[in-house]
Design a protein around this ligand. Structure first.
Ligand code: PLP
Ligand code: COI
Length: 354
């Protein structure tokens, strides 16, 4: 597909790496294209980054018809830029689109768009340790009517943001509160899709945890409030009695690409990994009898985030003495090593730009 390019009249100065943070600064351009039922995708263009007009009745604004993705481009020591498993994000976006009755983007087209856009903005990929260019593809229903139905018109965009190291002083164990009231998603709902509404629904519990001094919540399942699902906006893994346990993908959990990568790395190193139901009672027992050896969250933004403390119904449990565990550290070092091109990519996960 032809991608029209409208270059920004003035390019912005690149930020000082120490000021980056997460998702506060954006590159010079953005990608945008339209979809109409019966016509397909059209008018693909890279234009100057900035606000754009939207109809006040647009579906996304009223009925939450929105999905997104998150992946990163990394600057290697040789100056080249690479993405990590972008095809996985493209496939997950189409799965999310199917759930929300938004249109599919053929994989080849989605990859062509992503690589063209990242190539165009690649100078924005920072090189300081731990920094990267966060890519945020998103799609929303854009019918100009208040009728509730599957959309006829959609808009697909990509914006990009240079981001800092998620943790300023290396990776530090965080405190997590087990949420026993609010749930993030339910089976049959949209938990496996990366749609904006899931995040809106999780804010109240996140805010409550923050007010109590916790970094994030550990979500339980929406039916029995019994089985562990995710931690904040990350997947979660535990080392119990030498075995790695992570909740099975039952429909209400987002199938994380970091999760999948952790499992593949762990299996390649001979660990036993069980994707299964893990109840809060089993976890509480493992915390009480000391067989819970490590716990961590995993996702694109933080890669791997060790859990140092878990609070359940006002009982506080310390994990691994509040220190980062060996397996957690190994996963962090292996994934970040591959992502920044410091370790050989024996899995074939990285994709060079240009
Ligand atoms: N779970 C949720 C709810 C998320 O938003 C994310 C972040 O993207 C993840 C898990 C981790 O997914 P990934 O590893 O693909 O970033
Ligand atoms: C992640 O990358 O782990 C995230 O959860 C992204 C978040 C900003 C939605």
């Amino acid at each position: 597909m032809e991608i029209r390019i409208e270059r920004a009249a003035q390019l912005k100065a690149k930020p000082d790496p120490s000021t980056l943070g997460f998702g506060k600064i954006f590159t010079d351009h953005m990608f945008i294209m339209e979809y109409e039922a019966g016509k397909g995708w059209y008018d693909a263009r890279i234009v100057p980054f900035g606000p754009f007009p939207i109809h006040p009745a647009s579906t996304a604004l009223h009925y939450g018809s929105e999905i997104f993705e998150g992946l990163k481009a990394y600057r290697r020591a040789d100056g080249k830029v690479q993405m990590f498993r972008p095809i996985e994000n493209i496939r997950r976006m189409n799965n999310s689109a199917e759930r929300l009755c938004l249109p599919q983007i053929p994989e080849d087209l989605a990859m062509e768009i992503l690589t063209t856009f990242v190539d165009y903005e690649k100078d924005w990929t920072p090189s300081a340790p731990g920094t990267s260019l966060y890519l945020r593809p998103f799609m929303f229903g854009n019918d100009e009517t208040l009728g509730v139905h599957a959309v006829h018109h959609a808009t697909y965009m990509i914006i990009a943001s240079p981001v800092g190291s998620y943790y300023k002083e290396g990776i530090n164990p965080v405190k997590i509160m087990i949420e026993a009231e609010d749930v993030r998603a339910v089976r049959g709902g949209t938990g496996y899709a990366k749609c904006g509404g899931n995040y809106a629904a999780s804010n109240r519990a996140g805010q409550k945890a923050e007010q109590k001094g916790y970094a994030q919540v550990l979500w339980l399942d929406g039916v029995e409030r019994k089985y562990i699902e995710e931690v904040g906006a990350m997947n979660v893994m535990f080392k119990i009695n030498g075995e790695i346990v992570t909740p099975a993908l039952t429909g209400s959990i987002l199938p994380g690409i970091t999760r999948k990568s952790c499992i593949e790395v762990l299996k390649s190193k001979g660990f036993k990994v069980s994707e299964r139901l893990l109840s809060i009672d089993e976890l509480a027992q493992a915390m009480a009898d000391g067989t819970l050896e490590e716990a961590w969250g995993c996702g694109t933004a933080a890669v791997v985030s060790p859990i140092g403390e878990l609070c359940y119904k006002d009982q506080i449990f310390t994990v691994n003495g509040g220190k980062i565990g060996e397996v957690t550290q190994m996963l962090y070092d292996t994934l970040t090593g591959i992502q920044w091109g410091k370790l050989e990519d024996s899995f074939g996960w990285t994709q060079l730009i240009g």
